[in-house]
Design a protein around this ligand. Structure first.
Ligand SMILES: Nc1ncnc2c1ncn2[C@@H]1O[C@H](COP(=O)(O)OP(=O)(O)OP(=O)(O)O)[C@@H](O)[C@H]1O
Ligand SMILES: [Mg+2]
Length: 264
């Protein structure tokens, strides 16, 4: 479904060149849940932005559903949840969720029906007319997810969707995301800083190195599904997967830390 082939990305500015991605290649199969982890600044958000066509790679190619991604032409059926909160503060929850459908010219009664169904699914029926600043962080994040799901994406790109939440709220949202994914079968590419989260949710975890990054590990998480996100963390197999990935990821964090100290 997603094919990233020998991607490199260098950012040029007046004063410097930033070598974000060196040479990254991997694929994500249809219906697969793949997480990308790696040190801060290794180009994880950049990678998602290139898959979404928001920017061009310096070299290499990306294909989505068999079509080469052309900068500025968002691949069909793609939904994106950004690293920063994208819920609009001046609209109610219901209007936020219906926004994408409105842009597409979907008739209002149809939008209303869909928004109501989504709110019921996420247990947010009572929030229909509330404004985002009245919601908790977890609720806002649910609304952001519903905004994206409203347009029925086949592919979901998630950039640290639960990054700002406490670990209990995160786990509840993990369960909700897995339930939705199991029901609808989207292809998911998720960036996260949280290795426990990556192992809990994913079929595969891809580790990027310190920049200019490359893929240093492509690890299959063969834990049976459906997974109980709450008890999973106590299991031996869960900690075995985390340890194995951390063996590689930890080295990359260390490398970035060492370079930061050398430049201080
Ligand atoms: N528009 C831009 N112009 C110049 N440099 C950029 C731009 N966007 C990102 N960079 C640089 O490219 C590198 C990769 O950035 P990116 O945001 O993709 O990293 P990341 O892996 O998502 O980091 P984090 O984990 O902190 O979110 C960083 O060094 C960043 O400063
Ligand atoms: Mg990022």
């Amino acid at each position: 479904m997603i094919e990233v082939s020998h991607i490199a990305k260098i950012y040029h500015s007046d004063t410097r060149e930033t070598y974000a991605i060196g040479d990254a290649s991997f694929t994500v199969a249809k219906g697969e849940f793949v997480s990308i982890v790696g040190p801060s600044g290794c180009g994880k958000s950049t990678l998602l932005n290139m898959v979404a066509s928001f920017m061009a790679p310096s070299s290499g190619t990306i294909s989505v559903n068999g079509h080469r991604v052309v900068p500025g032409q968002i691949p069909k059926g793609l939904g994106y949840i950004f690293q920063k909160d994208t819920v609009l503060p001046w609209f109610t929850v219901a209007r936020n969720i219906g926004l994408g459908l409105k842009f597409r010219g979907v008739p209002e009664p149809e939008i209303q029906g869909k928004v109501d169904r989504l709110l019921a699914m996420a247990g947010l029926k009572d929030c229909h007319d509330m404004f985002p600043h009245h919601l908790s962080g977890g609720m806002r994040q649910r609304v952001a997810l519903l905004m994206t799901l409203a347009c029925d994406p086949d592919i979901l790109l998630l950039d640290e969707p639960f990054g700002a939440l406490d670990s209990n709220t995160k786990m509840v949202l993990h369960k909700e995301l897995l339930d939705i994914w199991q029901q609808l079968g989207q292809t998911i590419m998720m960036v996260t800083h949280d290795l426990d989260e990556a192992v809990t949710l994913s079929d595969r975890v891809i580790v990027l190195s310190a920049p200019p990054s490359r893929v240093v590990l492509d690890h299959r998480v063969d834990i049976a599904r459906p997974r109980d996100v709450f008890s999973l963390r106590q299991s031996r197999e869960f900690s075995d997967h985390v340890r194995e990935i951390w063996g590689v990821l930890g080295r990359e964090f260390k490398q970035v830390g060492k370079e930061a100290l050398e430049h201080a």
